[in-house]
Each structure stands twice: as C-alpha cells, then as structure tokens.
Design a protein around this ligand. Structure first.
Ligand code: DGP
Length: 115
C-alpha cells in the first residue's frame, strides 16, 4: 500500500467506491467519470505504478487482472469490450496505480481513433 495513492485507499476501503467484482489479486470498480455506458477500472491490489514498473514476477498478478476483466465480460454477457491502460503522464495516466479501463456499450472508434 502506497499511503498517498487514491486507488490503494479504495482497495483498503478507506475511500468508498462501487465494487463490480474482485478476485485474490485484482479489484474492479466503476469509474467515477464514465466515458462509456459501461466504464470500469480494473487494477491489481498491489501498488504497481504502471506497466513501466511491472517486474517479471508480477506476470501472474497482471494475468489475474486480465482474468477479472474476462470474468466480468462473461458473467454480464457483454458482447465486446475494450481494455486500455494509460502508462505515463504523456499517455494520459492521471492516477499512478496501474489500471485498465474496461469500456463497453459504445464504439470507441467512432471519433477518429483507429487501431
Ligand atoms: P487515468 O487517466 O488512465 O489514470 O484514469 C484514471 C481514472 O480514474 C479516471 O477515469 C477517473 C478515475 N478516478 C479518479 N479518481 C477516482 C476515484 O476516487 N474513484 C473512482 N471510482 N474513479 C476515480
């Protein structure tokens, strides 16, 4: 736990959030400023700043983050979803605790972005 990290405080239940689902290593909450009809944040419970800071022995942990996204998609019968991680301020990261934006219910490619 990083005492100055807002997501660590959410994980510790010191700050309220709407919890969607969790597993041993990961937590999914509703984004406070949703950008899609379904917008969740899926994060490791351990404080890792971003993918830049991921070490090889975090691979299982990050796998469990992605597994949580899969479980939510299957259990809620979502037809499709995007999983996006902003890494670094220049890529739009504002909360320095690794997280994936789980987006569903709208096509994120309707405004020019092409991947
Ligand atoms: P990013 O910009 O990729 O670091 O995304 C951070 C996201 O976190 C942004 O979509 C808003 C969300 N967020 C920030 N503070 C809180 C909070 O206190 N609670 C919740 N549920 N979401 C938050």
């Amino acid at each position: 736990m990083e005492s100055s990290c807002i997501f660590c405080k959410i994980i510790a239940k010191e700050i309220p959030s709407t919890i969607i689902k969790e597993n041993q290593s990961a937590l999914a909450i509703r984004d406070i400023h949703p950008k899609a009809p379904t917008h969740y944040l899926i994060m490791p419970k351990m404080h890792i700043q971003s993918i830049f800071h991921m070490q090889d022995d975090h691979q299982m942990l990050v796998g469990q983050v992605i597994s949580l996204a899969r479980d939510i998609a299957i259990e809620t019968e979502i037809a499709g979803f995007n999983l996006i991680a902003n890494n670094g301020v220049s890529a739009g990261q504002s909360v320095m605790h690794m997280h994936f934006h789980f987006l569903a219910g709208a096509n994120i490619y309707e405004h020019g972005l092409q991947l």
